[in-house]
Design a protein around this ligand. Structure first.
Ligand SMILES: [Zn+2]
Length: 104
């Protein structure tokens, strides 16, 4: 494939450009990334809803927590608050871990 800008030499840089075109900022700006993995957009217009005014003590998975989430959604607030109650992780049973790991 020839360079998308100069159409003279084979493209060997991203964006379908040749080496000399790719490293000219004014040329590179004219050819956006063709990669499907490239970040698109400015990222500054992403809507982050406001936090609710206070955290909930309702435990995850309970009916109370679901009601709190519904209320937050109705008010256009972020569903999760960093200080919401969380379930403690269950302690791992040491003999079970050893058996699963094939040790001892
Ligand atoms: Zn070129």
């Amino acid at each position: 494939m020839l360079c998308r800008s100069c159409n003279k030499v084979r493209s060997n840089r991203p964006r379908g450009l040749c080496y000399s075109c790719y490293y000219k900022p004014e040329v590179r700006a004219l050819f956006p990334s063709t990669s499907k993995f490239a970040r698109k957009g400015s990222g500054i217009d992403v809507l982050i809803p406001p936090l609710s005014s206070e955290p909930t003590s309702a435990m995850p998975g309970t009916e109370d927590k679901i009601r709190v989430l519904m209320e937050r959604a109705r008010n256009g607030q972020c569903l999760w608050h960093p200080l919401d109650a969380v379930k403690a992780m269950p302690a791992l049973d040491a003999p079970l871990v050893s058996a699963l790991a094939g040790v001892a």
